[in-house]
Design a protein around this ligand. Sequence first.
Ligand code: GRG
Length: 295
Amino acid sequence: MHNLEGSIESVAADVTGELNSLISPAQGVEQRVVDAMRYSVLTGGKRFRPFLAVTAAQLFDVNPIHALRVAAAIEMVHCYSLIHDDLPAMDNDDLRRGRPTCHVQFDEATAILAGDGLLTLAFETLAAEDTHPVAAIRIRLVQELARAIGLGGMVGGQMADILGLKDNYEIVDVEQICKMKTGCLISYSCESAAILGAVQDSFCSALRRFGNNIGVAFQIADDIMDVEGTVEQMGKATQKDAGQQKSTIVSLLGLDLAKRHARMFVDRAIADLHPFGPRAGLLKEAAEYVLSRRS
Ligand code: GRG
C-alpha cells in the first residue's frame, strides 16, 4: 500500500531543491527577474506534474537524477503559464498559491520576463547533457515539450479559452480546450518517462493517453473547485468563471454531471494503465487524487 500524500510531498521537496539549484540567486542586471522567477517557483504548489514525471519514470527504472531534472523543467513551464495567466491582460488575478501574484509583487514587465525566463530555462535544462547522455533522447524531450505547450497545446488552448469568453462553445469544444490548455502538459509529464526510458512506442502512447485523460479531469475538477472551493483552500480567487461568463464543463452540464464527467475521464485514465500492471499502483492513486483533491 502506497502513501500517496507522502510520496507527493517527497517528490515536491526533491523538485524544490532541484529548482533552487537550477535557478540560483543572481546579482547582476538580471537580479530582479531571477528574484521574480524564484518567488514564483520555490514556494507553494502541489507539484503534481513533477510527481507524475518522477513516478512514471519509476515504471522504467529511469535514473532518478534524469527524471528529477525533467520534472523541474516541467514545473518551470507550469509556473511560467501561471504567471502569464495571472497577468492583467489574461485572468487579472492578485492571488496565487496564497500569495500576491508575480506582477503584483514585482510589476507587469518583470512578470512577463520571469515567465519568459522560466520557459527558456526549462528548454535549456532539457537540452543539457546532465539530463540524459544520449542526444537523441534530449532532442525528443525538447521536441515533445514544444509540441505539448505550443499552438496545438497549451498556448493554443489558452487562446481558445480566452475567445470562449465571447463565443458559445459546446461540450466537445470545451473538452478540447481542457485537453490543450491543461492536459497536454500533464500528458507530457507522463510521456517524458517513456522518452527517458527509451521504451517501446506502445508504452509511450499509453502514458500519453493516461496523461491526457487525467489532464481533462484535472481541469474539470479545477472548474468545479472554482464554484465549490474557498479562496483559503485554493490560494487563489474563486467564482471567476461565472463572473466572466466563461464556457466550462460546469457551466454547460451543471455541477453534478460535471463531476460524473470528470469521473469518466479518470476511469479512462485508469484503463490506460493496464499495460503496466501492478507497477502502476501509485499512478492509479494519482488519477483518483485528481478528483479527491481540495486545492
Ligand atoms: C502568454 C505565450 C503565452 C502563453 C500563455 C498562460 C498560458 C499560456 C497558459 C495557461 C494555461 C493555464 C494556466 C491553465 C490552467 C491549468 C491549471 C488547472 C492550473 C492550476 O494547476 P495546479 O492546481 O496549481 O497544479 P499548483 O499551484 O498546485 O501548481
